[in-house]
Write a protein that binds this ligand. Structure first.
Ligand code: ATP
Length: 382
């Protein structure tokens, strides 16, 4: 009871297509995170699932049943939004019970006051707010209010949980705590959840699968590991990661049994068949945390001549901002440990291993090197 299917789902406001033919199969019990930059259509997708926004094209199914025209109260969804919208004049107990009482009036008459009280208590215990039942919202902290809002959605035993940036009003510490609580709550109750955020840390820590969106389209659906390690296009590569992946637009050339990219990068010749498919330029992607100082004894698949412009110290590590030494238009970031002191003007010879190299088509941004290529790859020293 929580399988959701979207086929070619479309929404336009006037002539503005904001959700552009999305296909998505959400399995019962999954925690799906819609992730993308502001305005990419995440909230609109969520509102269409909730029944709060009319669907202009495509189909929405819950457990195989077409939902396009069903009103929100026929969908059995629980919603939590960033402004938790608790009733200020009611106690926590009443806020939690409210959904059950209004349901009782309109639907089943069998539920007694005692049953409601028991359910409220069970949910309050689950969320660790049972000591706050007599408090009013203004007497609660942000995190406590957010837990009441979660409880109010949970208590109705929805088949689907919809959450729109539920943590964005909390300060950084609290956000981290409530995020962990959400993760453990989902482990306990395993209700299908669709969660909207533009915060990738939230997405990667909570999701069973992440849906990366841009401009109304789904660019990739995958586990957090898949979207990080194997982005299917350059947008996802740069969007996921803090900082995002370096992307260098370079011409390639093959001679003396080695590949050169621009004038600062050398690449193992195993990549030649892939480059031959790509025209004379390619986008080379390497994450800042995967570039290491080249050690003569290491077997590496790429070497990068990098010049530092500015160093940012972050305690556990430092981020060197700079550019490819002989291709100054190609800027990038390298994550270095905090032991050495680096300065503007330093030149570094960096290396990365085979599976840390991502090649994308320049015009479409489409990924060129496949997983199977990586599996079969032979490590070659250059
Ligand atoms: P954010 O992270 O900023 O909330 P989002 O990815 O959730 O963004 P949506 O809120 O779904 O994006 O909005 C997608 C696009 O649709 C935006 O360009 C927005 O301006 C537009 N839009 C949303 N609601 C309406 C509306 N009621 N009328 C007209 N345009 C709208």
């Amino acid at each position: 009871m929580g399988h959701i299917e979207l086929t070619s789902l479309t929404k336009q406001f006037g002539s503005n297509v904001v959700v552009d033919g999305i296909d998505l199969d959400i399995l019962d019990g999954e925690f799906i995170v819609l992730l993308g930059p502001s305005g990419c259509g995440k909230t609109t997708v969520l509102r269409m699932i909730a029944g709060l926004e009319q669907i202009n094209g495509g189909q929405l199914y819950f457990d195989g049943q077409l939902m396009n025209s069903e009103p929100p109260d026929r969908r059995n969804v629980g919603m939590v939004f960033q402004n938790y919208a608790l009733y200020p004049h009611m106690t926590v107990q009443k806020n939690l019970a409210f959904g059950l009482q209004s349901r009782k009036r309109t639907k089943s008459r069998s539920q007694t006051k005692k049953e409601i009280r028991n359910q409220v208590l069970a949910i309050a215990k689950l969320l660790d707010i049972d000591h706050l039942l007599e408090h009013r919202p203004k007497q609660l902290s942000g995190g406590q209010r957010q837990r009441v809002a979660l409880g109010r959605a949970l208590i109705r035993k929805p088949s689907v949980f919809l959450m729109d940036e539920p943590l964005s009003n909390l300060d950084a510490n609290l956000r981290e705590r409530v995020r962990m609580e959400l993760a453990s709550l989902h482990q306990q109750v395993a209700v299908t959840t669709v969660y909207v955020t533009h915060d990738q840390v939230e997405a990667l820590t909570l999701a069973s699968r992440v849906v990366v969106m841009n401009e109304g389209k789904v660019l990739q659906v995958g586990t957090p590991g898949e979207v990080y390690n194997f982005p299917s296009n350059s947008f996802v590569a740069h969007f996921i990661g803090t900082p995002g992946m370096n992307l260098w637009n370079l011409t390639w050339d093959y001679g003396d049994s080695e590949i050169t990219l621009g004038s600062s990068v050398k690449l193992a010749r195993e990549f030649l068949p892939i480059l031959k498919e790509s025209g004379d330029r390619v986008l080379l992607g390497i994450r800042p945390e995967h570039l290491k100082l080249k050690n003569p004894n290491d077997r590496t698949a790429v070497t990068v001549d990098f010049q530092i412009q500015m160093v940012e110290h972050l305690g556990s590590h430092q981020l060197a901002h700079g550019f490819l030494s002989n291709d100054p238009a190609e800027t990038g970031i390298v994550q270095l440990d905090s032991k050495e002191i680096y300065r503007s003007g330093d030149r570094l010879e960096l290396a990365a291993s085979h599976e840390q190299i991502h090649l994308f088509e320049v015009t479409s941004g489409k990924r060129l090197n496949s997983m199977s290529f990586l599996d079969e790859s032979i490590m070659v020293e250059i």
